[in-house]
Every structure is written in C-alpha cells, then in structure tokens.
Ligand binder design. Sequence first.
Ligand SMILES: Cc1cc2nc3c(=O)[nH]c(=O)nc-3n(C[C@H](O)[C@H](O)[C@H](O)COP(=O)(O)O)c2cc1C
Length: 365
Amino acid sequence: MASTRDWFETVAEAQRRARRRLPRSVYLAVLAGAEAGVTMNDNVRAFSELGFRPHVAGLPAARELATTVMGLQVSLPVLISPTGVQAVHPDGELAVARAAAGAGTVMGLSSFASKPVEEVGKATDKLLFQCYWAGSRDDILARAERARAAGAEGLIITLDWVFDHRRDWGSPWIPERLDLRAMLRHAPQVAVRPAYLARWVRSGSLPDLGVPNSATGDAEIPGFFGAYGQWLGSDDARRAADIGATAISVSNHGGNNLDSTPASIRCLPDVADAVGDLLEVLLDGGIRRGSDVVKALALGARAVMIGRPYLWGLAANGERGVGNVLEILRQGIGETLYGLGKASVHDLTRDDVIVPDGFTRTQKP
Ligand SMILES: Cc1cc2nc3c(=O)[nH]c(=O)nc-3n(C[C@H](O)[C@H](O)[C@H](O)COP(=O)(O)O)c2cc1C
C-alpha cells in the first residue's frame, strides 16, 4: 500500500529513487544518452539559462492550465512522450496510461512498448500511437490501423533514429529475450535490488523484452532488437513530409542520437517562427520542472512532452509515481504562472522570459 512517505517532491528525487531501485543495466537503459552526453545534458542545462520577468502586483485569483493538443483536451500542457524501455515496472505502460488518464493528459505509446496497444487503449481514452518509419508502407499502415482500432486518436511519427551505441558512462547489456543465460548474467545486479525483484515476483511474470506492437497480422512478436534492426534499415524518413501532420515536436530524441546537437529549447523559437501558424508546435527534451514547461510555452510551444521523468516515477512508485511526476509539473506550472502574474498558460509570451544573447540556435546554415 502506497503511503505519503512514497511521495517525492521533485523529479530529481524520482531519479535518485529509480537509481537506487533499478538494477544498474536497467537504470542505464532508461538514462540512455549518447557519446559524451553533450546534448542530453544541454537539454536540461539550457532551461537554467532562461530567466523570468516576474510580476507581483494584481495577481490573478486562479490559473488556467488546460489546453488542447491535436484536438484532445488536456488538463495541463504536459504529455507523455513515447518511450520503449521495458522492465522498469511490471505494470509498465498500463501504469503510465492510467496515471496519464488520471491526470487528464495524453499518453504517447511507443512502437517498442512492452504492452499490446489493445490493453493500453483500455486504460486511457487519450492515446496517441508512435510509429517509426520501419518496414514497408503496408506494415506501417497495418500498425497504424491496429492502433486506431485499439482506440488511438492519432499517430506520432518519429523520424530520427539512434545509431550511436557508445556512452562515456557505459552502455547496458540488453538481451534479446530473457532466457536462462540472460537471467544468470543479470542475477548479480538484480540480487542487490531486492525491491525490484520482489515487484516482479509479486506480479507473477518476468520482464518481457518482446515488442508486441511491431508485429503485423499473425506474425510472431519480434524481440526488441529484431524490431530495432527493421527500424534502422528503414526507408528515407523525409517521405514523412508527405504526411498531413497537425503537430510537430521540437526534439532531439532526449539526446540519444547525434551528440552535440543543440538542446531542443534552443531551437524552439526558430521553429515556432517558421511553422507556428501552420502546425501545433510541441517540445520535448530536458523538462524537469513546471517552470521549464512555462519557459517552453513562452517561447512558442503549445505543450511539452516528457520522457525520463515519468520513467523514473514509474520505477520509483509505479502508477502513483507517474502521477506524482505529473503533479509536480502541474503544481510547478501553477506556481510559475502565479509568479509571472498570469491567469492562463495561453497568456504567456516571449516577454515573460529573458533569453540571453547567443541562446537560440538557428536552423539556417
Ligand atoms: C529510454 C528512452 C527510450 C525512448 N524510446 C523512444 C521510443 O521508443 N520512441 C520514440 O519516439 N521516442 C523515444 N524516446 C524519446 C522520448 O520520446 C523523448 O523524445 C525524450 O525522452 C524527451 O527527453 P527527456 O527524457 O529529457 O524528457 C526515448 C527516450 C528515452 C530516454
């Protein structure tokens, strides 16, 4: 039974608890990143370079956080970004879906998720399904159709791909399937994380490294690396320009791809200027507090998406931990709006933030 002792007050604390609870290789898989972690760290650091212009007179009595994204009502401008990490918690994506629904926001479900989209679709009515440009056009259509039948309201098309497998802090060994050999190899790490093991024992199952939403028709569920290989061999991602997108996310995949690309928040103003009146512009990467959300909104995002924060919350405390992370952000957004003297997320403008010289990165050569 969860108690108030399980409640954490910051995303940083959720990360500390995840690190304490997870076997090292699982923790490293969630941390991800690439090479020296320049982009992953810049995603977070860049937010601290932005300042606020506070207002302390005539403060509004209440603050409005609700908005819409791709036609879906959300009670706060924070969405669950799709992540394909399994084995963080036995309830996995079902816990995330329930927490997102409880918080009144949208969940993006990864193609590399460990739970079938049909099950996740029953846990929330605000679901987007994430597809990679992987396999044939018919394969992609079949996956999208399957997700739609399961209740997904829209698609997230991820165009970038992770090609870099080196990390200065070490990469985890992830087995294709959790067979006896893999279990023996992981046993020493799991033995020093008894609470993690106990959760799986209680759930009566083992971490399943299959990728059920990548299967089409009656085909066997591929393993993680089987699906991953298909993705890496995929066709030219630029064909996605033909898709009539309603929204884009300014993203560098959480710093997991080409290291030394700038923090996504540095590119947001330029992208918002270029396409903000044609598309809904979202941002993901480095959001760790409500004030980060407000900074992104002020610089032109309609909403943001989060990855690692909810995975750490999931690892720390299952569904409640994910809800805890969303609540931290909700409170932080409200407090920041209050400090800025704003009644609504819709009232934020660039004048609310102080952007230092040289902060933004332009996409132009
Ligand atoms: C461990 C991990 C797994 C991810 N898996 C996916 C995925 O399967 N599909 C996808 O579109 N993005 C994936 N992403 C990227 C996230 O959706 C998101 O862009 C990123 O995590 C945002 O940065 P943040 O973690 O700093 O919030 C993954 C990110 C991480 C950290």
